[in-house]
Design a protein around this ligand. Structure first.
Ligand code: UD1
Length: 414
């Protein structure tokens, strides 16, 4: 993507459906037999296409019309996920729980690490074992089986992992009796998954204290659900507006989902107006420096850390950004520094000395959110920025070029 920076963004856009909500709710179809799941507001992204490929490889037929996907699930599905698909996307591991619950077996290659850290799935596997699964890992492939049904029981997650919470909630749908999972992730995507499980007949109760209670069922039925708005996409555009000193409105969002970021932006002196389903940002000269630590929801999201660091690179002073969720999520810093930012990394902390201006440069997106950070930096920078490896960005941002153009940005795909 080629960007001519320095133009204040102006206008209104609407948030896409959330990638990270759509992926697990799509996996819910694997719990159906001779039934359909219809999902509305599904974004058009590489990762969504990969999930479609995965469920199709497992035997599900899909029909996609605009942002609606209908999953037609036959009586029998396959229990072996092809490595060529799993390798493309870590979220393929979301097939583990539902396929095991439904087929009593699953074979799934381990998704492997990525540029933001090693990303094991030990918590997913530990929970499934506690529910009675026998699990072996041979040559990087997970073989899980269960004699009869999985057993409902009380589980405790050592860390509130989003993926482990989702996999175990889906596995619990057909377990014998009740499963209670404590210390679960409480990201909004988990509520969307709970609603989707309920729409196919699984009784799910989310508890305020960080637990979930799920009663195993015999039969699921067809259902329809809507994917929630993408809080990370919306928050990225909000920062693009702030960094370019523009005035933009993002519609179709749930402001409460980005409370942590809004609180930090307020502390940094940003100006915005929140309505029920929209946010408008207004121009301010320079942000004040703030300190941030990423945490599970409702803490500051790790998926906004690179974009927030990009915004703080133009703040009037020194900010500290601590990453506590992933091991190595600062690869974008050296790319931002090529654009004139002053970011020093020491273990889990980025020390960001705000500069007055960024300059366009040729930079590389090392992962999805790193790419987003570089794009918003490019929009604010003087001159031309070229973002290489946009493939990462297409995993999570629908029509980002079109959306930015509609806000007056000069961007072009090479
Ligand atoms: C999801 C999101 C991702 C986001 C992350 C944290 C999707 C598709 N992806 O990823 O965008 O950045 O939540 O909000 O929804 N961990 C273990 N063992 C496990 C599971 C996780 O050690 O079994 C560690 C991970 O390595 C990581 C941390 O826990 O350091 C958080 O991971 P997790 O919450 O599971 O994230 P994902 O579900 O992979």
């Amino acid at each position: 993507m080629k960007i001519q920076g320095g133009i204040p963004l102006k206008g209104t856009i609407k948030a896409q459906g959330a990638k990270n909500a759509a992926l697990p709710v799509m996996a819910v179809c694997l719990l159906l037999k001779n039934a359909t799941l219809t999902l509305n507001n599904v974004p058009d992204l590489y990762d969504i296409s990969t999930m479609i490929e995965l469920v199709e490889a497992l035997g599900v037929k899909t029909e996609r019309t605009k942002d609606v996907i209908k999953f037609n699930v036959p009586d029998e599905i396959n229990f072996e996920a092809p490595e060529s698909i799993v390798r493309k996307m870590r979220a393929s591991s979301l097939a583990l729980g539902p396929v095991l619950a439904r087929c009593k077996k699953v074979i799934l290659p381990l998704p492997g690490g990525c540029s933001i850290g090693s990303r094991p799935i030990d918590l997913h596997l530990k929970g499934l074992k506690q529910m009675g699964a026998e699990i072996e890992i041979k040559n990087g492939v997970v073989y899980a089986t269960t004699k009869g049904k999985l057993r409902g029981r009380r589980l405790y997650l050592d860390f509130p992992s989003v993926g482990a919470t989702e996999n175990l909630m889906m596995a619990a749908a057909f377990a014998q009796g009740e499963t209670i999972i404590e210390n679960i992730a409480r990201e909004p995507e988990i509520d969307n998954l709970a609603d989707t499980l309920r729409c196919i007949g699984v009784p799910v109760e989310l508890e305020g204290t960080g637990g979930v209670r799920i009663r195993g069922i015999e039969y699921s039925h067809s259902g329809t659900e809507r994917v929630i708005p993408d809080r990370i996409e919306a928050a990225t555009y909000i920062l693009a507006g702030i960094m370019t000193r523009g005035q933009i409105t993002i519609n179709d969002i749930i402001p409460a989902h980005i409370d942590a970021m809004l609180a930090k932006l307020e502390e940094a002196g940003a100006r915005f107006k929140i309505k029920k389903n929209s946010i408008t940002v207004y121009p301010v000269k320079r942000l004040k420096p703030v300190s941030i630590k990423t945490l599970p929801f409702p803490g500051f999201p790790t998926d906004m850390q690179p974009q927030m660091a990009a915004a703080l690179s133009l703040a009037n002073g020194t900010s500290m950004v601590e990453e506590s969720v992933f091991q190595s999520r600062f690869l974008y810093a050296q790319e931002l520094n090529r654009m004139g930012a002053d970011i020093k990394i020491s273990r889990d902390v980025a020390v960001i000395n705000g500069v007055e201006k960024l300059q366009g440069a040729s930079v590389r997106a090392t992962d999805l959110r790193a790419g987003a950070a570089l794009i918003i930096a490019g929009l604010a920078a003087k001159g031309e920025t070229i973002i290489e490896d946009m493939v990462h960005v297409w995993r999570g941002y629908e029509a980002i070029d079109e959306k930015l153009k509609s806000l007056g940005a000069k961007v072009e795909l090479a």
